[in-house]
Design a protein around this ligand. Structure first.
Ligand code: CMP
Length: 137
């Protein structure tokens, strides 16, 4: 059993597809162990994406992530990290396989609907960034 962090990004929240995206997780064997809607501050987004701070897209990424509310969730299930990444599809929606969340709901590489942890190790760090242990059940 694994846990991974999911973020439904501001573009997908603004489109009104929170429920549709959460349904993809639940319909594919990922249990929602925690979830909350929140407005990230600039400091939150910069800290969360600190690993990308030297990348040319960092500023745009942070601006985008604070442009509206997000929904952060802990997903739990067998192979949750890789299962979630498969459900999301490629980072660039133009390359995402048909039927994936990004193919169906994303506009471009910045407004790409969802974030998901890329490893079990990062999942633990990302989950702890947003949730206390008693919020996860
Ligand atoms: P995410 O999975 O949230 O992780 C970092 C985000 O940076 C990524 O999704 C994209 O939305 C965004 N991004 C913008 N440009 C790029 C790029 N060239 N490569 C990777 N990620 C990018």
């Amino acid at each position: 059993m694994e846990r991974t962090l999911s973020i439904i990004k501001p573009d997908a929240v603004a489109k009104g597809v929170i429920g549709k995206i959460l349904d993809r997780f639940e319909s594919n064997g990922l249990r929602i162990a925690a979830t909350k809607k929140m407005q990230l501050s600039r400091a939150d987004a910069e800290a969360f994406y600190a690993v990308h701070s030297e990348r040319p897209f960092f500023r745009d990424l942070v601006d985008f992530m604070i442009s509206g509310p997000v929904v952060v969730s802990v997903l739990e299930g067998e192979n949750a990290v890789s299962k979630n990444r498969k459900l999301m599809g490629a980072t660039n929606p133009k390359e995402a396989e048909a039927g994936t969340i990004r193919a169906d709901f994303a506009q471009n590489i910045d407004a790409n609907a969802v974030h998901g942890s890329d490893s079990l190790e990062n999942a633990a760090v990302e989950i702890a960034f947003f949730f206390s242990t008693r919020e996860i059940c």
